[in-house]
Design a binder for this molecule. Structure first.
Ligand SMILES: [Zn+2]
Length: 357
């Protein structure tokens, strides 16, 4: 086989016209300029460095780089002859060259979207859990209270109502390891928030939606479940996972707490996942039952919130952070007509009346 080629020997930048003959696994390169030296290489001494499809090959021959330029047909033929001696890296490189730039960009985009999705779906929840697990309850309470205090600076606290709500919560006697603080803030939007470590903030407007003391107890039980089950901490950590990654990797709880407190006000807009919402419903209903309160009040509360959200946009904020699943109330028990009166009823009724004054 004899081919017309152009070659660069890597010593000078001059292209040289030559005839390449391959016979019995021996390559002979004869430059057209008579004064130029001939080259003779055996097949096994030739390694492929780089191939540009249909244009040129860069070969390494005994440590020296040689570039051969030829017609598309010849270049491809020479490539087929030497390609089995590519390293894995070179194979990838040749593959990328063969794929073409448009398809390569498309593949790159697909890979990037895949990476972003897996970060959002798996990596950031995992970082959230890791950051949450790094903290003891005491550390969480201390950081969480600082976060809540930072966020409360943005709202007008109703101190009288806060004291009544705190008494109402204490009177319910829910079981928790956290030192729970309750606040009522004057806001037209109807919302209720649970901060990591035990702060519940109830916006004044949502109080008027609760029809009786048992629905308010259900609201507090639901928020307490977010605290007890560390949903608040995990959700905040998940949303700040990029910042937290370095702190978690270095096991630096101080760094984690700094980031959390700095971003405290963001919690108002953070939505829990539907699975955490449904978990908070189930746990909340259990807390009610454990205190002798009909767990059916949880269902009644959410049916009530849904009804009000249709009539008024004030509830949109609560529903945007506590998304209601369509099947939400159907998995919760209904309120029973024969449920015995709970022991805290008279105290709870009186406090509930004071909150609605
Ligand atoms: Zn919730």
């Amino acid at each position: 086989m004899t081919f017309e080629i152009t070659f660069f020997d890597g010593v000078t930048a001059h292209p040289r016209q030559a005839l390449l003959t391959i016979i019995n696994r021996v390559w002979t390169l004869i430059p057209k300029q008579p004064e130029e030296p001939h080259h003779t290489w055996s097949d096994e001494r030739i390694k492929l460095e780089h191939y540009r499809p249909g244009a040129s090959l860069v070969l390494r021959v005994e440590g020296e780089l040689v570039r051969i330029q030829a017609s598309a047909e010849v270049a491809d033929l020479l490539y087929q002859r030497v390609k089995h001696r590519e390293t894995l890296f070179q194979k990838c490189y040749s593959w990328m060259n063969n794929v073409g730039s448009v398809r390569l960009v498309a593949i790159g985009l697909v890979v990037m979207v895949g990476l972003i999705l897996s970060y959002a779906l798996w990596v950031s929840p995992m970082i959230g859990r890791l950051a949450a697990n790094l903290m003891t309850i005491e550390q969480e309470a201390s950081i969480g209270h600082k976060m809540a205090d930072r966020a409360l600076e943005e709202w007008e606290i109703d101190h009288d109502k806060s004291a009544i709500l705190q008494a109402f919560f204490d009177n319910l006697g829910f079981d928790t390891d956290y030192p729970v603080r309750c606040f009522v803030v004057d806001e037209t939007a109807a919302n209720a928030l649970a901060f990591p470590g035990g702060t519940i903030v109830v916006f004044d407007s949502i109080l008027s939606v609760t029809e009786d003391w048992q629905q308010l107890a259900a609201l507090l039980a639901h928020e307490l479940a977010h605290i007890n089950e560390r949903h608040s901490l995990e959700t905040v950590c998940r949303n700040l996972s990029t910042y937290l990654l370095i702190s978690v990797l270095s096991g630096d709880v101080g760094g984690v707490s700094g980031i959390l407190i700095e971003n405290a006000t963001k919690l108002e807009r953070l939505a829990y996942s539907r699975s955490l919402e449904s978990e908070a419903d189930q746990f909340g209903a259990r807390y009610l039952k454990a205190q002798g309160i009909d767990p059916g009040n949880m269902r009644l509360l959410f049916d009530n919130l849904e009804r009000h959200s249709i009539a008024s946009s004030r509830l949109l904020q609560y529903l945007s952070t506590h998304p209601l699943g369509e099947a939400r109330s159907s998995v919760l028990p209904e309120r029973s007509l024969s449920w015995p009166e709970p022991s805290m009823t008279s105290g709870a009724k009186a406090l509930f009346r004071q909150l609605h004054r």
